[in-house]
Design a protein around this ligand. Structure first.
Ligand code: A2P
Length: 340
């Protein structure tokens, strides 16, 4: 029987933090003591975990005494400041922000794809970008089959990727527009209701967005393919929960649709939808852990090409579930401790 752990959730009142609490309970993670943390804004409020309510404490420098595992999802600035303090106090950190992801000494892990990277951790493990996680889960078995050479991603990302208040804003925008009022615009760069925005995170000097850059760099790091050619456009769509990605991939070797189907059907964490008309959508995937793959077909526009439609709950497999799976894998490998 695994030892029971003291687990801190930083950002417990947020969209991902709330899902972390529910995934910890759903997966019967061995929690002895739960410490939900947030900013002074929601300190003293209550969150529910496994049928009980817990009072949220304000995050501070002494929050991590006696903590074994700290799950962070409270923005990059919070991780920058507090994750090293958590590690110094002896906690292993699984960080859902982009802050540490590309550091060479920080493993960036999707347990179905590169669990061995966990063995080199120094106290912090990074949880990848939500869209990237679902893409690499679907691409890894095909890479093992035929050698991935090039990939084109077009994403359809839901409002929840921008947090709890962004979901509220999408709802408020829709209500305002249906009542012939001007929609509020604060969390999104423009009105999202009844429109799509090719703009997630900030613009970089080369014209890409930071979200697009994350998908390129993180796909390469997780799959161990530093020269992988990646083209990507990330689009925010007026969906509340669940990201979809249209993927077009080119391989080194010929790959039949039948062989790809067999590889995906046998791969962990994937539900394959064989009937083209029974394609999965974000609404179908919301609330679930697996990555759903549909519309698998040959892509004759590429050499040895395949196309597919990949959908997952961005708050679960794209964030909370992957983070808890990382913690489970650390326990299984006896690595849930800070190396000295
Ligand atoms: P709070 O409720 O106190 O604002 P989301 O991504 O859904 O917007 O959620 C962000 C989460 O991160 C919330 O739980 C929020 O807490 C928390 N958070 C944001 N800034 C800080 C901070 N400076 N210190 C601690 N928690 C923070």
């Amino acid at each position: 029987m695994a030892r029971k752990l003291t687990v801190a959730v930083v950002g417990a009142t947020g969209a991902v933090g709330a899902e972390m609490l529910s995934v910890l309970a759903d997966r019967r993670f061995p929690v002895d003591r739960l410490i939900p943390l947030a900013s002074h804004r929601s300190a003293g409020t209550e969150v529910s975990y496994d049928g009980d309510t817990h009072v949220v404490a304000e995050l501070g420098e002494r929050s991590f005494e006696g903590v074994d595992l700290a799950l962070f999802s409270a923005g990059a600035a919070t991780s920058d400041r507090y994750a090293p303090l958590a590690v110094a106090a002896g906690a292993v950190v699984v960080d859902n922000t982009s802050f540490f992801r590309m550091r060479p000494d920080v493993p960036l892990v999707v347990p179905e794809v590169n669990p061995d990277a966990l063995d080199a951790h120094r106290g912090i493990i990074a949880n990848p970008n939500c869209s990237t996680i679902q893409c690499v889960v679907a691409l890894a078995p095909l890479h093992a089959l035929a050698g991935l050479r090039r990939v084109v991603y077009s994403t359809y990302q839901s409002a929840s990727g921008a947090g709890h208040r962004a979901m509220e804003e999408l709802k408020d925008q829709a209500v305002a527009l249906l009542n012939f009022r001007d929609p509020p615009v604060e969390k999104f760069p423009r009105r999202l209701a009844f429109d799509c925005l090719p703009h997630i995170d900030k613009f970089l000097d080369d014209g890409h967005t930071k979200e697009e850059r994350k998908m390129v760099e993180e796909s390469r790091k997780i799959m161990g393919l530093p020269a992988l050619r990646v083209s990507v456009t990330c689009v925010r769509v007026p969906v509340f929960v669940g990201h979809a990605v249209a993927i077009h991939a080119e391989f080194d070797r010929p790959v039949s649709v039948a062989a790809a189907r067999a590889a995906l059907a046998a791969a962990p964490g994937i539900v394959l939808h064989d009937d083209p008309s029974a394609y999965p959508t974000a609404v179908d995937a919301a609330g679930q852990d697996p990555v759903h793959v549909g519309r698998l077909r040959a892509d004759d526009g590429l050499d040895n090409g395949l196309a597919m439609w990949v959908v997952a709950d961005n708050l679960r497999k794209g964030a909370a579930t992957n983070a808890v799976q990382i913690a489970e894998a650390l326990i299984a490998r006896d690595r849930l401790r800070v190396p000295r």
